[in-house]
Design a protein around this ligand. Structure first.
Ligand code: ATP
Length: 576
């Protein structure tokens, strides 16, 4: 299929706001594609060429796109930069320039989806000396053959600024819709995605044999999307919800998923990046496990033997960066606290109840010096839960995670199979993880930083949109303020992302990329923000302040609007 035909539909989708309508339009596109084209279009809609763990990055900045546009259109780079700074959107800039080219292309052809994808792959794979020239040349060649809308979407895709209202959730709906005209296959598609973290692959497999999508299997070296915990306010509430349950310490480290086949080992972060090179000490221990194939999960954190205490995630990563891997692993060895098992020697454990998974990991761990078992106790009363919690807090840990012993591994879902209780809950202070959608200029003493605060949003899963929740102006150190401006400036956009719902405007909108942890004292009802209660009341965080960037989190892993509603109710309990 021709890429320009896809772009025509994308243009129409840009003008729509209803999720069902967008899903149906996307489904129509999918119905016209071969399995291989469906795979590629899915990646491009996600703004990538392959899942994160392949480590394939476009490696292209705005300057490259401007240089390629100059080559293809005959305009000078300065003229293009001026148009871009007026429009604030590289896609619209490319759209305009390709429409009024000053020079005719020597060679031009109608681009298929494969052509566009393969050229992008060539750009992304270019590395080392001369790679800049190769990237610009490949992009210029594409621009030579594009219509204006194709240029618009290509330039947005390579800069990961596609800005359509199409998240993973809408893509999953559209796949089911394409075959069934409804969402009945969504459950199977979602499971396949949760087991592989590869939506392009799911699309390809689905269009090759849709009847078999329910038989999708877990695979070593394909990361499983992590199970996430719900939260409750105290031990009584947890016991009311779960009854007897397993209770584990909540370690504040770096969540890793470990895959091993023979002596090959891969370690994935929550964002599905390959972390093996950063954790060589763990890779070495895992290699020695006697099992041929295994997938397990745990929390990695550095341990200070002299002071007999753990380091937090931030401290662990800071030390690894500052002192180098070898020195850091010697002075502050990493411990991995294993808390779940997904696969062992040909057997999928994800559908087995927690108690079976726990029994199995107890047979394997502890292993060696750094692969340990997470602390676990069976609780038969709220008092038992409280005891583990007090114990954890006494050891300066964040709190506990209670686990439903009958529940399977709920990949990719925030579910009551796991319930977290942190020392901050029910207190005057709690936190959310929110995506930064824009920033404000500094006033008064902050003028010199050119940065005064951020506008943040949470994710509404039902609508597949982001909703603002707080304007955050405090909690930043001077160093952070200076650094923020530089960081956020590279992501500036004139119009906000299409999947953002907002009432207030920042001084500058930015591409949604950075996740921030925000502390607050309470949640109030306010019409300022768009994170809404069902009856239309909006929520806002009271006294929000910046804690840190959550570099380990993807924007779809942030606090959801329904969690904010639950927190509002929980805090209401604490407010009485
Ligand atoms: P938080 O910011 O509270 O850590 P989160 O959004 O990062 O939450 P959740 O799924 O809500 O993640 O909370 C569970 C997290 O706690 C896991 O992602 C994992 O990294 C960490 N964790 C620490 N110890 C355990 C444990 N014993 N079992 C499961 N998860 C654990």
């Amino acid at each position: 299929m021709l890429f320009r035909d896809i772009c025509k539909v994308l243009l129409e989708i840009e003008g729509k706001s209803g999720r069902i309508e967008i899903t149906q339009m996307l489904a129509e596109i999918y119905n016209r594609l071969s399995p291989s084209e469906a795979e590629k279009i899915t990646y491009l809609l996600q703004g990538k060429l392959k899942p994160e763990y392949y480590g394939i990055d476009f490696g292209i900045g705005e300057k490259f796109v401007i240089a390629a546009l100059a080559n293809a259109t005959g305009y000078h780079e300065n003229e293009i930069a001026a148009i871009y700074s007026k429009k604030g959107d590289i896609g619209e800039t490319a759209n305009e320039l390709i429409g009024v080219k000053r020079q005719k292309s020597l060679y031009s052809k109608e681009l298929t989806i494969e052509d566009v994808y393969n050229s992008m792959m060539k750009m992304a794979s270019a590395s080392g000396e001369g790679s800049q020239t190769t990237k610009i040349r490949s992009l210029s060649e594409l621009f030579n053959s594009t219509t204006p809308p194709e240029a618009k979407y290509i330039s947005r895709i390579v800069l990961n600024k596609l800005r359509l209202k199409i998240g993973d959730s809408t893509i999953l709906d559209a796949l089911s819709w394409a075959k069934k005209g409804d969402k009945t296959l969504r459950e199977y598609l979602e499971r396949a995605y949760n087991l592989s973290s590869d939506l392009g692959l799911v699309a390809r497999v689905f269009f090759s044999d849709s009847e078999n999508i329910g038989n999708f299997k877990i695979n070593v070296f394909m990361p499983v999307r992590p199970a996430l915990a719900e939260r409750l306010n105290n031990a009584e509430e947890i016991f009311k919800k779960l009854g007897g349950c397993g209770v584990e310490y909540k370690y504040d480290g770096f969540r890793i998923q470990v895959h091993k086949r023979g002596d090959q080992v891969m370690i994935f972060s929550r964002k599905m990046e390959n972390m093996g090179p950063i954790f060589p000490d763990i890779v070495e221990s895992v290699k020695k496990l006697k099992h041929k194939e295994i997938i397990f999960e745990g929390e990695a954190l550095a341990f200070n033997e002299k002071e007999n205490r753990f380091y937090s995630f931030q401290e662990t990563m800071h030390r690894r960066r500052k002192y180098g891997l070898e020195a850091a692993s010697k002075s502050w060895p990493l411990h991995v606290y294993v808390f779940d098992l997904m696969y062992l020697d040909g057997k999928d454990y994800t559908m087995l109840p927690m108690q079976d998974r726990r029994k199995a990991i107890e047979k394997i761990f502890p292993f060696g010096n750094n692969l340990k078992l997470s602390e676990w106790r069976l609780a038969r009363s709220p008092e038992d839960i409280q005891k583990v919690f007090d114990d954890a807090v006494g050891k300066r840990l964040e709190g506990i995670i209670a686990k439903n012993m009958r529940a399977p591994y709920t990949a990719g879902k925030r579910d009551f199979a796991w319930i977290k209780l942190k020392k901050s809950y029910g207190k005057a202070v709690d936190t959310v993880d929110a995506v930064i959608v824009g920033y404000y200029l500094g006033k008064g003493s902050r003028t010199k930083f050119g940065f005064g605060g951020i506008l943040c949003a949470v994710y509404n899963e039902d609508k597949d949109v982001f909703e603002t929740i707080a304007k955050v102006g405090s909690g930043f150190t001077e160093e952070e303020m200076a650094g923020f401006k530089e960081k956020l400036d590279t992501e500036k956009i004139i119009e906000p992302n299409a999947n953002l719902s907002f009432n207030v405007k920042p001084d500058f909108w930015i591409n949604m990329k950075y996740v921030a942890e925000i502390a607050f004292d309470d949640i109030t009802v306010s019409s300022q923000h768009t994170c809404m209660e069902k009856d239309g009341r909006g929520f806002a965080l009271r006294f929000p302040r910046f804690v840190k960037l959550r570099e380990d989190k993807d924007i779809y892993e942030i606090t959801t609007s329904s969690e904010v509603r639950d927190m509002f109710k929980l805090m209401k309990g604490a407010r009485r």
